[in-house]
Design a protein around this ligand. Structure first.
Ligand SMILES: Cc1cc2nc3c(=O)[nH]c(=O)nc-3n(C[C@H](O)[C@H](O)[C@H](O)COP(=O)(O)OP(=O)(O)OC[C@H]3O[C@@H](n4cnc5c(N)ncnc54)[C@H](O)[C@@H]3O)c2cc1C
Length: 369
């Protein structure tokens, strides 16, 4: 939502301190352009700011190799006055000339909003996805702070919501002295891992590092053999409309008095299934399986959690406190697709049994290579 109600007060407050010529010698535009690796362009201003600039900032793709390949990162500077604080928006997404943070209006001060690396307008070419991580992004943000602090020496406050809130926290975590305060309005950090032991164990056995990238064309993926194990993503990637999402919700609890050598399942009624799967130090209670449209699971259902816990009691279980409620989409297909077409090996559609079936499927795949 646009901050329309701030327009008038901000314009009035800033009119008094607006300066066409920045103190310290030279026009502000010239001084911005004199910063190393910065190309500044003055653009029409918004929200009553006296001046606004688009900044194209040269950044190393890999901050560990400052003399290696570079890319251009886009940021937008809303200038009020050099002596005023700076609100720093290290966005988790793309920034635009209309980007703003509430804090800048509350503090009636400057703002700078950065397009996150790899978002359109700030993407290295060629695009090597290995360098899209929070440490490299934080290093981008550090460099921007260091550059602009030369002009804006006052207090700096970072702010953001959602992924932008996370990004502000990540920047602060790596460069704690860059800003005087951080206001992460919302920072939906995920501490849960779907399975805390199995996936890290599997990953540790790989002979080669994992590289993350979105695949849009299987035929364009290099290699003698390509395994397509994209779960629900195979619907589009393999053009397979028989893949659908089955939403599920489980409740993870402390063991309570449960015997952790015993698992329990009652799937007589598919609309009210119940299972209790013990782990080393917790109990996974389920569950549900509901056809879902789209690629995101539905929101957490408190009534379903209550039903699962009531079922546990009905089966004589007395689980400990609820540790987490987890939701997900099972990549369902009437049958698992495990077949080779040319150099593509398809392996998807395991529905609610992917963990159970994975080792057997891998053996079958290996036999086809
Ligand atoms: C609530 C719930 C409970 C479950 N309980 C059990 C259980 O007790 N036992 C059991 O065996 N299974 C269980 N499952 C099912 C299990 O989680 C799945 O079967 C399994 O995760 C499927 O594995 P997969 O690798 O095929 O797909 P996924 O785990 O979905 O992995 C596919 C990967 O491909 C990536 N991808 C997709 N499209 C693209 C693209 N275009 N480019 C690049 N990457 C892409 C995705 O980001 C994802 O990382 C449960 C699932 C849910 C939701």
């Amino acid at each position: 939502m646009r901050p329309a109600r701030f327009l008038a007060p901000l314009a009035l407050a800033l009119a008094a301190c607006s300066d066409a010529v920045a103190p310290g010698g030279g026009d502000l535009l010239e001084r911005l352009n004199a910063l190393p690796g910065v190309t500044a362009t003055e653009i029409p201003s918004h929200y009553g700011y006296p001046r606004q600039f688009a900044l194209d900032i040269t950044q190393p793709v890999d901050h560990d190799r400052p003399n290696g390949p570079t890319f251009t990162q886009r940021a937008y500077l809303s200038h009020a006055d050099e002596d005023l604080p700076m609100v720093f928006g290290p966005n988790g997404y793309g920034a635009t000339e209309e980007s703003w943070e509430e804090l800048a209006f509350i503090l009636q001060c400057n703002g700078v909003y950065v397009t996150h690396r790899y978002f359109p307008g700030s993407r290295p070419q060629p695009t090597d996805w290995r360098y899209l991580d929070i440490r490299q992004a934080a290093a981008d943000h550090h460099r921007i702070v260091v550059l602009l602090e030369a002009i804006y020496p006052g207090p700096w406050v970072s702010a953001g919501s959602s992924k932008s809130g996370m990004t502000a926290l990540f920047h602060r975590r790596f460069w704690p002295d860059d800003v005087d305060a951080t206001v992460a309005y919302v920072a939906p950090l995920m501490f849960d891992v779907e399975d805390e032991r199995f996936l890290p164990w599997l990953a540790a056995r790989l002979a080669r590092p994992i590289a993350r990238a979105q695949v849009t064309d299987l035929d364009a993926v290099p290699g003698d053999v390509v395994v397509n194990a994209t779960g629900l993503g195979a619907r589009i990637l393999a053009g397979d409309p028989t893949v659908t999402g089955l939403a599920g919700q489980v409740v993870v609890t402390a063991p309570g008095d449960a015997d952790l050598t015993v698992s329990l399942a009652d799937d007589r009624d598919p609309d009210a299934m119940f299972y209790a799967i013990p782990r080393l130090d917790s109990l996974v209670l389920g569950g549900s399986a509901v056809a879902a449209a789209g690629d995101e699971p539905p929101p957490e259902d408190a009534a379903l959690t209550a039903r699962i816990l009531a079922d546990a009691a009905r089966f004589g279980l007395h689980p400990g406190p609820v540790l987490a409620v987890r939701r997900g989409l099972r990549p369902f297909r009437p049958t698992v697709r495990l077949e080779r077409t040319g150099r593509i090996l398809h392996c998807y559609g395991h529905g609610g049994a992917g963990y159970t079936l994975c080792l057997g499927c891998v053996e079958d795949l290996a036999a086809q290579v």
